[in-house]
Design a binder for this molecule. Sequence first.
Ligand SMILES: [Zn+2]
Length: 116
Amino acid sequence: MGVVERATLLCHHCGEETPHELAYAGRLLVVTTCTRCGTRIERDVRRRYLADLRQRMTSKPGRMLRRFRKHPVSFAGSLPRTTVLKPWELLEEVRLVWSAAADARRHDSRPKRDRE
Ligand SMILES: [Zn+2]
């Protein structure tokens, strides 16, 4: 999974606000899961994810390299998590985005808590 955050959101299945898990790929919200009933809302963000990914990969290196030359030590400790894109993290993100897109296409709104 990518980055997972928690938030209280309205669940249509529960009919009230419940704690949810929000799974992100980079800056894009991909899956919202109600932690009470297990209802998942998956979004097909493939097109936006690829555009976002391209931007993350092309816009950062030059800027990062200049900062690195100026302040090699402080630079390493100040990197935000998302700018250092490790290969296995990228793989997890891609897997998350594509599996969510596949599920979103099925228009299946049943709880999927048994799947994990
Ligand atoms: Zn719910």
